[in-house]
Design a protein around this ligand. Structure first.
Ligand SMILES: Nc1ncnc2c1ncn2[C@@H]1O[C@H](COP(=O)(O)OP(=O)(O)OP(=O)(O)O)[C@@H](O)[C@H]1O
Length: 755
């Protein structure tokens, strides 16, 4: 008897969730994950907030919300400025208005009520920790002197001492948290156009990562002018490099886009012609195009353009000879690419009237913000002689999903892009929901190398500090979803389990299977497994419910058009079940996704965090993450079980330390954690690199990659194989007979036409 099977059977049947609590039923009243009350009521140093536990309804949730909190509802008549009436905001005007002060000044009066204790309390309640990274603090205390001579022993010792000291007094910062998006204009003086766009997007209450990092990146003007400076003013000037680790779906995208768009607007029109001024790198095309959409919405009407890097676009001027060699006569930029390249529709219209030959040259990116995958950008930067062209115009570099971009898989490409951004005042932002310490070290090393290789300036330019902001517990899944870790024993068991999820019977409260309503994502380890699972499940959805059109597969081997069509259909709700690989594990935002199924276990704890983070976005409750594991996966499941337990601890479940009595019971019991083996470091590395060995793709006789996912037993499959073999053999025999006949006087074979 298998102990895992026995024990997982004993688990309590999960209760079905009320319909209104599903992610697909709409946006959450509050997008924050922790410490809601501090932002619901303006906090002052004298007021203490009452904490509400996650999952518990706010007292007034049934009542009508105050207007400033009712931001997810349709705008009431007359409450919103009409788009048509809005004049495009001139960049210069935006800056002038900003400099002249606030539009209504309403939030300014609250500023004085906030003292440092209040800041500390709010940041703590939102589980937000902000530090200046140690090495940097040490170096700021003793700025690096570029030495020609070898360091003396004494000097080395001194430096080590300074580093130790800095480590001890690790500098924690307490910037004034952003209470509402309205404060972006009143306190941080962002441009009016940008503020209007934020308002039109319905964003009012900032999430944890936004309330902590926006003040850091926009620069707290007030703090800088205060005389009683405790030394933190230089870190709050806005001129910082940032490492931000915040839960999935917590709104990191707008947290890095708002400061960039604002800075570009402040720079003015003059610099708009000299190449991209901000580069955002993302690991997949899907994520990159999502960022482009977000940026375009935020920068609408401001004159700031955003482009998605595509094949055939250029970011640097090439010598004439290279252009000739690089533009083959049959090359033409697709209509789609063209509009992305310049971002201006009028320009595109003009170009369409040009003779075809003139349009054949690669499109030059004119947008101020360029979003790209590392490889696409690197290809565009690669010169004829193999060298990488420089991008000195870039002042802002963002690595979204920084840990995967700096992982060995993308590392070389990402670092090449980073090093191509040669502007000495380049500010870098690294964002992700997970960040290993080795990645942090790599970031520090890279920044150090870049700093020491800069030519000396007079007067010396102060080094920008590297600040790290962490929301919640690092590398943990979001607390607002429920996790099911199910032992399925075999591959067939997993398929049966998934079929139960697809079958409407699974939705009844009495059912012993998890409740999972479409739309949901199903993750597999490899592309062949995703396609095999798709063919197996293709006819599982009844025709009355839409049949095979409701289920689709998305992976990197599909054309980009097919990929974007599937994404659009899934977002529209036409596809209910999307089978995919880790291609969609990171960053992609499907707001109303009800669940995630890990059909194959993720290859690391971080991969689990990102995969399951596709549901429960922006504080939505009711998302479910189902993970099946088989006998082969047992050596690797402990990491995932630990992540689930930590997430349940954040949620406050019973049976998990920190959980209160009377709360729901946690999914991961102590006996399971005790029973699961701890994988070695090497095992973990191998798993990350190769996945579960038993699930790796095998090549069939025809040399094609095949993955077998089927409910058929081994006996049935053998019988079918034998039959197929017999049929092939008889066909071969028939063919040989025909050849023999033709050789002995039959029609001669066709041997081509004579000249
Ligand atoms: N302040 C806010 N209020 C309400 N919704 C928000 C807010 N900020 C962001 N959102 C929404 O939250 C969703 C998730 O945002 P986003 O994709 O930026 O998350 P993320 O932190 O980058 O997630 P991931 O780690 O998965 O990449 C988006 O639909 C976005 O529109």
């Amino acid at each position: 008897m298998n102990v895992f099977k026995l024990l997982s059977r004993s688990a309590k049947a999960p209760q079905s969730l009320p319909a209104e609590k599903l992610p697909s039923s709409g946006a959450a009243v509050n997008p924050q994950l922790f410490g809601h009350d501090h932002t619901e009521q303006p906090t002052t140093s004298s007021k203490k907030s009452k904490k509400r536990k996650r999952g518990q309804e706010p007292e007034d949730s049934q009542q009508e919300l105050p207007e400033d909190l009712d931001f997810f509802n349709a705008p009431k008549e007359g409450s919103k400025r009409k788009r048509k009436d809005r004049k495009p905001v001139e960049q210069s005007e935006a800056v002038t208005t900003t400099e002249n002060g606030t539009e209504n000044g309403a939030a300014e009066d609250q500023d004085d009520a906030y003292d440092e204790d209040a800041c500390k309390r709010v940041l703590r309640s939102h589980k937000l920790k902000i530090h200046v990274l140690e090495d940097f603090a040490a170096q700021l205390e003793a700025p690096p002197v570029k030495e020609k001579k070898k360091k003396s022993k004494k000097r080395k010792e001194k430096e080590e001492e300074a580093a130790c000291k800095a480590k001890k007094d690790k500098k924690q910062l307490f910037p004034r948290p952003l209470e509402s998006f309205a404060q972006l204009r009143t306190r941080y003086g962002i441009s009016r156009g940008l503020a209007q766009n934020i308002e039109e997007q319905g964003y009012k209450l900032p999430t944890e990562v936004q309330l902590g990092t926006l003040p850091l990146l926009l620069g707290d003007r007030k703090k800088n002018t205060e005389t009683e400076d405790d030394g933190s003013a230089r870190f709050l000037s806005g001129d910082v490099d940032l490492l931000s680790i915040a839960p999935t779906g917590s709104g990191k995208t707008i947290a890095f886009l708002i400061p960039i768009i604002n800075a570009l607007l402040a720079e003015g029109k003059e610099s708009s012609t000299s190449g991209p001024r901000a580069v955002i790198v993302a690991p997949t095309r899907e994520l990159a195009s999502q960022i482009v959409n977000e940026a375009r919405k935020l920068a609408k009407g401001t004159g700031i353009k955003t482009a998605l890097m595509k094949k055939g676009m250029e970011v640097v001027e090439r010598p004439e000879e290279e252009n000739k060699a690089e533009a083959p006569s049959d090359f033409e930029v697709s209509d789609d690419d063209k509009s992305e390249a310049s971002g201006s529709e009028e320009e595109e219209e003009k170009k369409d009237t040009l003779p075809k030959k003139q349009r054949r040259r690669a499109e030059m990116v004119k947008a101020a913000i360029l979003v790209a995958t590392p490889l696409a950008l690197l290809n565009a930067l690669r010169l004829f002689d193999g060298k990488i062209a420089e991008l000195p115009s870039v002042h802002h570099l963002v690595l979204d999903e920084a840990d995967v971009l700096l992982d060995p898989l993308f590392r070389e490409q990402t670092l090449s892009v980073w090093n191509a951004c040669t502007n000495p005042s380049l500010r870098v932002g690294l964002w992700s929901a997970t960040m290993g310490s080795s990645i942090e070290e790599l970031v520090l090393r890279t920044l150090n190398t870049r700093w020491t290789s800069l030519p000396p300036t007079t007067p010396p330019t102060p080094r920008a500090p590297l600040i790290r902001a962490v929301v919640g517990i690092k590398d943990t899944a979001i607390p607002n979803i429920s996790h099911k870790l199910i032992y399925a024993a075999t591959e067939q068991g997993k398929l049966l389990g998934l079929r139960q999820l697809l079958h409407p019977v699974a939705l009844t409260p009495s059912s012993n299977t998890p409740t999972l309503r479409p739309p949901f994502l199903v993750f597999t380890q490899t592309i062949p497994r995703a396609t095999a699972l798709h063919s197996e499940l293709l006819y599982d959805i009844p025709p009355e419910a839409g049949g095979s059109s409701r289920i689709a597969v998305l992976h990197a081997n599909l054309s980009s058009t097919a990929r974007s069509t599937i994404m659009t259909r899934f977002r529209r709700g036409e596809i209910w079940v999307l089978i995919t690989t880790d291609l969609l594990a990171r960053g992609v935002d499907f707001r109303g996704l009800n669940g995630v199924v890990n059909y194959d276990v993720p290859t690391s704890a971080a991969a689990y965090v990102h995969r399951v983070g596709r549901t429960g976005r922006a504080g939505r409750e009711g998302g479910v993450a189902v993970t099946y594991y088989t006998q082969e996966d047992i050596p690797y499941v402990k990491g995932i079980a630990n992540v689930i337990r930590a997430s349940e601890r954040l949620r406050g479940k019973k049976g998990v330390s920190g959980g209160a009595q009377g709360e729901e019971e946690g999914e991961i019991k102590q006996w399971l954690l005790d029973a699961l083996p701890t994988p070695s470091k090497r095992d973990k590395q191998m798993l990350k690199k190769r996945g579960v060995e038993a699930r790796r793709t095998v090549k069939d006789e025809a040399g094609k990659n095949r993955a077998r996912i089927s409910t058929k037993s081994g006996y049935e499959r053998r019988r079918e194989n034998n039959l197929r073999g017999a049929r092939r053999a008889s066909q071969r025999r028939g063919g040989e007979e025909r050849v023999e006949k033709s050789a002995s006087g039959g029609e001669s074979e066709f041997e081509g036409f004579e000249d």
